[in-house]
Design a binder for this molecule. Structure first.
Ligand code: A2G
Length: 393
């Protein structure tokens, strides 16, 4: 699929060619997991897989959406004044929610539009296909109608879609990475203040490999919201003892002093993960800046162990992939990425070892789990933007 074929699909659907094209990436998170909604730091980057959308304004107030990925759904159509969540709209609830919140934020969308979408991010794999659809809708609406919406506002509206329209009580990491991504750079984001910095990631001798468990993760049904509320309770307990605003300000030492005060074992484990993961993320950035990739990899491994043992969001599939990865030659580090409970893991692997890595980890996973994992080489790309209507997908 490329933009030319997407244009052709558009022509078949709507009997006219689209006028503009947009792209929003997916993301991986290098380290800093389940810290965003706790006010800690994350270190994600946008990838070159993502969602493409071509569109054209209409004269009337109808919005018509079609996804090449969900052809059975056909064209989903609604009036710009009817923007309520509708289970039957399926994937289209993401753009619908985004349009609704852009309007509610006070921007005027003068007419309807029609649009065809294609995504090459594996669905439900924890690579932020949902944030990608939210942000591609955001840049599309802004670009098609010449509306200036500050990028951080679009990012917050995307998060609002997730939280209030879809019902996943997620943090801001995914939308931020998708909205602010930069080629060959990770983004260190303080989720409390939204201060961020780009850190160059130029891996000449290594590749980032995405390993997909092929176990789908449906966030709204998963234990994601449960973890979030457990952690809120844990941090609230800590904050009663400490004059801290958020996790971002809590040092490991302070936490070590106070963790014994949390009586509930589960709550203590959740808080321990959040606090130490935040510290690891900051350390990882320092290691990366110092060119110490090996130390960065060690921190990735520790992150996985903490997510496995203390936060308990990995599961057999992710653990099998990551543990097989740790046993391979040429591996710098490996960990789950995203929410967990299935979805994807990542590994940093020496160029020369990539082929054997994929063969060996793939075989180990198949033998243990009984079905295949999928592997992709990740390239770090730009955030959501308008693209040339002719650009190749
Ligand atoms: O899990 C998901 O990707 C969350 N986003 C994100 O906010 C973060 O909490 C991550 C775990 O680090 C969504 O669910 C959309």
């Amino acid at each position: 699929m490329n933009i030319t074929t997407l244009n052709k699909t558009f022509l078949d659907l709507y009997q006219a060619l689209p006028r503009q094209a947009f792209f929003a990436p997916g993301r991986i998170n290098l380290i800093g997991e389940h810290t965003d909604y706790n006010g800690g730091h994350v270190f994600p980057c946008a990838i070159t897989y993502g969602t493409y959308a071509v569109a054209r304004k209409r004269e009337d107030k109808l919005i018509r959406l079609y996804s090449v990925n969900f052809p059975d759904q056909g064209i989903i159509e609604f009036n710009i004044s009817q923007l309520d969540y509708n289970k039957e709209d399926n994937w289209a609830n993401y753009p619908k929610g985004m349009i609704r919140y852009i309007l509610e934020a006070g921007y005027e969308i003068p007419s309807g539009f029609e649009c065809a979408i294609y995504g090459n991010i594996p669905n439900g794999a924890g690579l932020s296909s949902s944030a990608s659809i939210e942000l591609v809708t955001g840049v599309l609406v802004a670009g098609l109608f010449g509306i200036e919406i500050p990028r951080v506002e679009l990012i917050k509206l995307g998060k609002k879609v997730e939280n209030e329209f879809i019902g996943v009580n997620s943090g801001i990491m995914d939308q931020f990475a998708v909205g602010m991504g930069m080629k060959d750079a990770g983004i260190l984001l303080d989720c409390q203040t939204l201060k961020y910095e780009y850190a160059p990631i130029q891996l000449e001798n290594h590749k980032i490999i995405i390993m997909n468990t092929n176990k789908r993760r449906e966030l709204a049904d998963s234990k994601y919201n449960e973890r979030r509320s457990e952690c809120e309770a844990a941090l609230a307990q800590l904050q009663r003892k400490l004059p801290i605003e958020a996790l971002g300000q809590l040092s490991e030492e302070e936490f070590a002093q106070f963790q014994s005060l949390i009586t509930n074992e589960t709550v203590r484990k959740r808080a321990k993960h959040a606090v130490y993961e935040n510290a690891r993320t900051l350390q990882a950035l320092e290691k990366l800046k110092a060119g110490n990739l090996a130390a960065f990899g060690q921190l990735m491994n520790q992150s996985h162990i903490s997510l496995r043992d203390d936060y308990e969001v990995t599961g057999l599939e992710l653990d099998s992939l990551v543990e097989a990865a740790w046993n391979q030659p040429g591996v710098i580090g490996a960990r789950m990425t995203g929410a967990g409970f299935g979805g994807c893991a990542i590994a940093i692997v020496e160029n020369d070892a990539v082929d054997s890595f994929i063969a060996n980890v793939g075989a180990a996973y198949l033998a243990k789990i009984g079905y295949e994992a999928a592997f992709y080489v990740a390239s770090i790309g730009d955030g959501a933007k308008e693209i040339e209507i002719e650009e190749t997908v």
